[in-house]
Design a protein around this ligand. Structure first.
Ligand code: TNX
Length: 630
């Protein structure tokens, strides 16, 4: 009886928790999938993919099978053939009856030594099954060159999988820095590979208008270009009089259509954002008459907004709405997705209060405050958007002064905005800066390029999009990681900021909450990073570094140093004497006193006696400053 019970428990574990199953059975394959699937059953044997493996599907599904064949072409040299009937090979099938458990995006992937069967209710599910299948192939499949002699084996498993949330997004800000079409496509490809389905495209801001609007050419001939600058954002010299505007770029409508099509074949919906009424300096550089103060304006180069320089559209001026109608008409025509994002964040309203037209508008519409005036603006935006057959999304500031009747809220200043919107029965996308802001530091600031505050991989992995207070969880559509790019000057760095934190987020959005396990995640993440090496995708290794926390009991006490790390198995070695630490240097165990006269602190991490993190150096003075800032 005991034996039967044990066996039954083992089977249960194997069925419900792939990670425990791997640990339990020992010889079972290490699957290392990200995001973790709902259910994995391990079988014995492998399927070996060869040049003769047919891809079997209905003709309407060859968009998916072709992606698979294309991916394998370079590394394997195989020209995989499509077939509509065959008893062998990889079969992609839509289920004849709707499988409720799988829903719109779920799939079953059944791998046996002789054939692979993929089934789903919808093509999206087949696409996600294909992503799991690719992750089960050796990492060499990610390569761009022929991997001769590689055996293309796939472990025999049966996976049943479906997402926790329908909205699994990543946002890229292309205004603060411009990323060319090919980079945008690569970003979309990568997010889709990890089963995310929304690409939020932040197309306009104070530092550049990046989408061609044919009826308003100045938005890009003027608004897409600024004076070139490097150096810390918000400390840069403004454009000098007469200075050439040579930094920038924009996407033509032809390019946008190409990107939309590219995303569509990867089951990614693009959410275009036109950020108004604030964050509009690039548009105002082109159309200064739409501001309250009249301009002229330069597109911002990353210089600070002195005494709150005007950067908002004037809601008292009818022409602002005429302009937005033209913009939204073209945007609605370009993007097939159901939503348009109108921003609405961080609008400085100081000039509205002094503006004649704004005051008249407030009197005519009986508006009591600048917040209500912003709300008036957003409501009119919603009318325009609905008139083009789309739905409106805005940042949580659109709650201030009254929410537009049908708006969906993207909560970024923590979760509260989302909670408030849900209380009013509005749909919500959770993207709190505390867990989802990929522009923030992911390691100690002394070892990272300059940015704002801190967001570790650990915090991303701990994100829970549905707060306990929520009465109707179905109003939480899902979540999103946001990459703002003030401090992201090139695409390699965009990848560095995105990965591996977006692995953590995609798992939060896809996998069952109960399956979340940090150690399992880290080991699977490492497998994915090795694949990125082959694929030439950049990523941060900051999770392997230690972080420095200067502490002081009270201001009369000397500063001391606490070191923290995200991974248990790291040893930290340090020096105070200016030399380079290694595993013969002092090893950190507890809070450090700073030796008299020391001016430099250095540290490095090791795992299993091998260096793994980067050498981080900081001056004691810098650490003093950190304490003062607090
Ligand atoms: C806030 S989030 C912003 C962005 C910045 C970001 C920096 C939001 C709606 N507005 O304009 O880039 O913080 O983290």
């Amino acid at each position: 009886m005991k034996k039967i019970l044990l066996l039954a428990t083992a089977c249960l574990l194997q069925t419900f928790s792939p990670y425990t199953a791997m640990a339990q059975t020992g010889q079972a394959p290490q699957l290392d999938l990200v995001p973790l699937p709902v259910k994995v059953e391990n079988h014995t044997g492998v399927f070996t993919l060869t040049a003769n493996t047919p891809l079997v599907s209905a003709p309407s599904l060859t968009g998916i099978t072709e992606l698979f064949a294309t991916m394998l072409r370079a590394p394997s040299g195989f020209q995989l053939l499509h077939a509509t009937h065959n008893s062998k090979g990889i079969h992609f099938d839509l289920s004849p009856t709707y499988n409720k458990t799988l829903g719109e995006e779920g799939y079953i992937l059944d791998i046996t030594p002789t054939r692979i069967d993929i089934s789903a209710n919808r093509p999206a599910g087949l696409f996600y099954a294909m992503q799991s299948l690719l992750q089960l192939l050796p990492k060499e499949v990610e390569g761009h060159e022929l991997a001769a002699h590689q055996r293309w084996t796939i472990p025999c498993v049966k996976i049943t999988d479906y997402p926790r949330f329908g909205w699994r997004g990543l946002m890229l800000d292309v205004s603060r820095h411009y990323f060319p079409k090919e980079a945008v496509k690569k970003y979309i490809d990568q997010l889709a590979r990890y089963k995310m389905n929304v690409f939020h495209w932040h197309l306009t801001d104070d530092q550049g208008w990046r989408i061609e609007i044919k009826s308003l050419p100045e938005l890009t001939t003027i608004g897409a270009w600024r004076a070139p600058r490097m150096g810390a954002w918000w400390t840069r010299e403004p454009r000098a009089k007469g200075e050439q505007v040579t930094y920038g770029g924009y996407y033509t409508q032809e390019e946008v259509k190409e990107i939309v099509q590219y995303a569509k074949t990867r089951f990614v919906t693009i959410l275009p954002e036109i950020d108004v009424p604030g964050h509009s300096l690039a548009a105002l550089a082109a159309y200064p008459q739409l501001s309250c103060t009249g301009g002229p304006f330069d597109v911002n180069v990353g210089n600070v907004f002195y005494a709150r320089e005007d950067n908002a559209l004037c809601p008292g001026n009818e022409q602002s709405f005429e302009l937005m109608d033209k913009v939204i008409t073209e945007i609605a025509g370009l993007f097939p997705g159901p939503y348009i994002h109108i921003g609405g964040d961080e609008c400085y309203k100081g000039f509205w209060k002094k503006c004649e037209k704004c005051r008249k508008r407030m009197a005519d519409e009986k508006l009591q405050s600048a917040e209500e005036l912003q709300s008036y603006f957003i409501r009119r935006m919603e009318k325009i958007i609905i008139s083009k057959g789309k739905k409106m999304i805005g940042w949580d500031e659109i709650l201030e002064g009254g929410l537009a009747p049908e708006a969906t809220v993207m909560s970024w200043r923590g979760m509260q905005g989302g909670l408030n919107a849900a209380k009013m029965k509005h749909p919500v996308i959770m993207t709190p800066d505390s867990h989802c802001y990929l522009d923030l530091y992911q390691g100690d600031p002394a070892g990272e390029p300059l940015t704002y505050s801190m967001l570790t991989l650990t915090s991303c992995y701990k994100f829970e999009p549905v707060p306990n207070e929520i009465t109707d969880p179905s109003l939480i559509l899902g979540g999103q990681g946001n990459l703002w790019t003030e401090s992201v000057p090139n695409y390699r760095h965009a990848e560095y900021m995105t990965w591996p934190r977006a692995f953590a987020l995609c798992e939060v959005f896809w996998s069952p909450k109960s399956a979340r396990n940090w150690d399992s995640f880290i080991s699977r993440m490492e497998t994915q990073l090795a694949r990125f090496d082959v694929a030439h995708v950049n990523y941060a290794r900051s999770v392997y570094d230690a972080a420095i926390k200067p502490v002081k009991k009270d201001s009369s006490q000397p500063m001391r140093i606490v070191l923290t790390r995200e991974l248990d198995k790291l040893d930290i070695y340090y020096t105070f004497d200016g030399t380079f630490p290694d595993n013969f240097s002092p090893k950190y165990t507890d809070t450090l006193n700073i030796p008299k006269g020391a001016d430099t602190f250095r540290m490095i991490t090791y795992r299993n006696n091998k260096p793994i993190g980067k050498m981080i150096t900081t001056s004691i003075k810098e650490l003093e400053k950190r304490i003062e800032k607090k």
